[in-house]
Design a protein around this ligand. Structure first.
Ligand SMILES: [Zn+2]
Length: 177
């Protein structure tokens, strides 16, 4: 399974591969929702992060300038993200790596574990979500790895708002050039 996934995503410019440092849990969840392959664990230390980036050809995302410099010195593609709001981080990454700030459920990944989510049957969803949610929403998605069920519930208003702010920042950055 991991081999097949690696083969599929290799050379795919729409969906890059990243590894994020332990400070970037929130950004990791956003990028995964946007369909990006992000390896993350807050137990990985600097040498491990550098090794994963190099071996798996992942772009290192970090808030640690020293780590960023170490990556550069080793010829590892890295992106430094300190001192930015969540929206600004998304806008900068979208600009640098041409990431679309839209969530497409066909390629969205589980924010918790990075697996690509799949449409869930009504039956699968019924077993996992509250009755009220089940009755109210038509479409559900399931993570084949951790079993988490997703739906575009009330929290989606907030998700769209954040993405819109990020898009606005991106538009303004592009205007300044
Ligand atoms: Zn999952």
């Amino acid at each position: 399974m991991p081999n097949r996934e690696a083969a599929e995503s290799f050379g795919d410019s729409d969906h890059l591969r990243f590894v994020a440092d332990g400070m970037l849990g929130k950004l990791t969840r956003w990028l995964r929702m946007l369909g990006q392959d992000v390896k993350y664990s807050n137990t990985l230390d600097d040498p491990q992060l550098l090794m994963i980036a190099k071996k798996e050809k992942r772009i290192l995302l970090t808030r640690d300038f020293e780590l960023y410099q170490r990556a550069n010195a080793k010829g590892i593609d890295a992106f430094y993200l300190e001192g930015l709001t969540g929206e600004k981080k998304l806008a900068e990454l979208a600009e640098r790596y041409n990431i679309k700030l839209e969530i497409d459920m066909a390629s969205s990944r589980c924010p918790k574990c990075n697996s690509t989510v799949k449409p869930a049957s009504r039956k699968q969803a019924e077993q996992k979500v509250e009755r009220r949610t089940f009755d109210h929403y038509k479409e559900f998605w399931k993570c084949p790895n951790c079993g988490q069920i997703y739906w575009q519930g009330a929290h989606w208003t907030k998700i769209r708002k954040t993405l819109n702010v990020a898009k606005q920042i991106l538009v303004e950055t592009e205007k300044e050039k």
